[in-house]
Ligand binder design. Sequence first.
Ligand code: SAH
Ligand code: SF4
Ligand code: F3S
Length: 470
Amino acid sequence: MAKQLVMPPDNYTVRLDYMKKIREWNKDLSKKRKVFVQTFGCQQNEADSEKYLGMAVDMGYEPTNTPDNADLIIVNTCAIREHAEKKALSIIGQYKHIKAKNKDLIIGVCGCMVAQEHRREELKMKYPYVTFTLGTASLHHLPRVLWETIESKKRLITTDSLEDFTETVAEGMPIRRGSGYRAWVSIMYGCNNFCSYCIVPYVRGRERSRKKEDIIAEVKALVTEGYKDITLLGQNVNSYGKETDTDFADLLAELDAIEGDFWLRFMTSHPKDASHKLIDVMANGKHIAHQFHLPLQSGNDTVLKAMNRHYDMARYMSSVHYMRLKMPDITITSDIIVGFPGETEEQFEDTLKALRNVEFDMLYSFIYSPRKGTPAAEEEQVPDTVKGSRFDQLLTTQNEIALSKNQPMVGNTVKVLCDGISKGESSIYSGRTEGNKIVFFHGTPDMIGQFVNVEINKAEAFALWGEIIN
Ligand code: SAH
Ligand code: SF4
Ligand code: F3S
């Protein structure tokens, strides 16, 4: 299919030129144009949205927290499960009414969903008020695409991919972060693993790493600015620097050497290559949070093989044991998928058994969702009722485990990074521990964004409660 819009190779100066054009166009208006960014999906998407917002603000837009008065709406979509796509499409559907009131409104749909041709086709045909689409690897092309739609007054919904996944990583983008104390730092993009259920490698392209110097400079600047919780992001951080002579453990060790009072975390690490070297660096670190998100997906070796995960339960357990040996206080969390094609009752029982053996502090559980173009979607599917019942059993089992993991914390004093007033109750504040557990306590506004010490007096499966200790 012919390309409707051919992107010339990106170049930093070209991007700045387009940004300047839009800044001029936005200048001297009696009322500033507003931008609204709506984000679905994972932390990687959150981080990308901070760049979309950063670019928009740099181009003269003012952020707004409602789509109703926006002049530019960017919907940053996710494709991981059908539900995520449905939600985004339903929200985009509602924007029709806003567009009806403001014919100059520009709506851009970005992110993982629009990296799929069938979704772009759908947007083009059924959502005529969507102005442009922009895929994940083309995020830095926003100024150009925006300018081209402004100038031509035409839609730029490409029927062919804009992506060039082999492109080098775009640096130097303005970032508008959500808070002044927690920050995402992408260290690599894409995924080469092709787990048989997963859409990510198709929508985010091949792995490419940022340069170590760029990451170190960004983290140093964040620490200087007072950021206290910095999360390094990648679909499989263990693949960081594979194409060079460095690796993720080395990067982490160098970042840990930065002076300051901050926590450093990372996600996600693939169990097939979570190395002893990495665990040793964590155990010896000053700043590296003793928290490990290690997605297991299934507790059955046959299912793991069908998922193309390249590890078995024995390998997984050995990593868990080594982590607990080196860091007895470590918090371990995981992802589980129930109802993978062909998963039998016995195989599912193995997953429950694995939960009891490992004792995760927290679990993100998902019902398998067939993704068009992935191998598992072609297999015979587990009926929805069976999936639902397995999901419920998984939650019940995990709730007991989570509670039993949290209960021994009662009586302990923990360091908590305060986030602010918890929803609903004005005097109750919430924050997170080094292990990323939620803690509720009586706080004051000056604590927001600061580390506080909280003595725990109550434990639930999903949260801890306590009081500030001076
Ligand atoms: N790169 C990370 C995972 C990113 S996706 C890793 O490999 O660990 C986050 C989680 O979504 C996955 O761990 C998996 O549990 C879940 N997931 C991915 N594809 C899915 C699908 N088709 N249906 C249901 N859950 C899925
Ligand atoms: Fe998806 Fe697997 Fe890559 Fe994670 S490692 S993003 S689950 S393909
Ligand atoms: Fe979704 Fe894309 Fe993240 S598919 S989970 S937003 S990488």
